[in-house]
Design a protein around this ligand. Structure first.
Ligand code: ADP
Ligand code: MG
Length: 261
């Protein structure tokens, strides 16, 4: 079912009253400092929007996932997945890769990123238990619209590809999903183990921003995003399934990250 921008859950319109907890820990492979923050105020009604209030989006284009991706998503969504936390490892590993790619551009003297430095390389996580969301941002390379479609619409990628191969091998014995998901990760798509509404906002330095939204059921929507509140990077927000709501609290997320670090 295609999602329209109005379906998108919202971020706190007022963060002033929100409780802010910040810790910094060393990220996997020392790539960046981690900022972790939580915004919760249980007694207060909070309206959430995943996009920044000033951001605007072009008319979105609806696209179908490729057949193999649909198959994978179907299995992911149906799995009673025991290591749900794997989604965090996968998303954070993508963040690390994105920061690493930016760092590489810098060392290569890529003129498109000449204005930036290594100082602004970071990953941050924001949880909102009231709205049951977790948002992960990295100031890495970001993606162009073509890359978004290519990278998030197909599964030509390592972990997910291996997963599908295994899945095809195991077809017929009905015992494929859980152990194999755990083994391979399934990359970005593991988001749909814990969420049925994923939004990606992404932007390369000096380029047009892009928004990608999907419920993981066959289709996704892509649009141009203007006036994002970051110059470069990727922000992924997951509206968590009720049974995965524990990932919208700082305690578990912090514990999980430490486990992966
Ligand atoms: P893999 O990491 O094995 O390539 P994933 O499914 O985890 O597979 O990610 C697919 C692709 O999407 C990545 O290879 C990368 O090109 C792109 N991608 C995912 N997350 C990000 C991100 N935070 N920043 C930039 N690109 C990303
Ligand atoms: Mg990955």
């Amino acid at each position: 079912m295609p999602l329209s921008p109005q379906d998108t859950p919202k971020q706190p319109t007022s963060s002033l009253s929100a409780k802010d907890v910040s810790i910094s820990i060393n990220l996997i492979a020392n790539i960046a400092m981690f900022t972790f923050s939580t915004e919760t105020k249980p007694e207060e009604e909070i309206t959430i929007e995943m996009e920044t209030p000033q951001a605007s989006f072009s008319k979105s284009e609806s696209k179908e996932f490729k057949a193999e991706t649909r198959k994978l998503l179907d299995i992911v969504a149906k799995s009673i997945y025991t290591d749900k936390e794997v989604f965090l490892r996968e998303l954070l590993s993508n963040c690390s890769d994105a920061l690493e790619k930016h760092r590489f551009d810098l060392t290569r003297g890529n003129s498109a990123v000449s204005g930036s430095s290594e100082d602004d390389l970071h990953i941050s996580i924001l949880t909102n238990s009231k709205e049951r969301t977790i948002t992960i941002f990295d100031s890495g390379v970001g993606m162009s619209r073509e890359e978004v479609v290519e990278n998030l619409g197909t599964i030509a990628k390592s972990g997910s590809q291996a997963f599908v191969e295994k899945m095809n091998e195991g077809e017929g014995n009905g015992d494929v999903s859980d152990s194999i998901i755990g083994q391979f990760g399934v990359g970005f798509y593991s988001s749909f183990v814990v969420s049925d509404h994923v939004q990606v906002l992404t932007k390369q330095e000096g380029k047009q921003g892009v928004r990608w939204v999907s419920d993981g059921c066959g289709a996704y929507e892509v649009s141009n995003a203007d006036n994002l509140d970051f110059e470069r990077g990727t922000r992924i927000t997951l509206k968590l399934l009720p049974e995965s709501r524990e990932f919208s609290t700082d305690g578990l997320v912090e514990k999980t990250i430490k486990k992966f670090s």
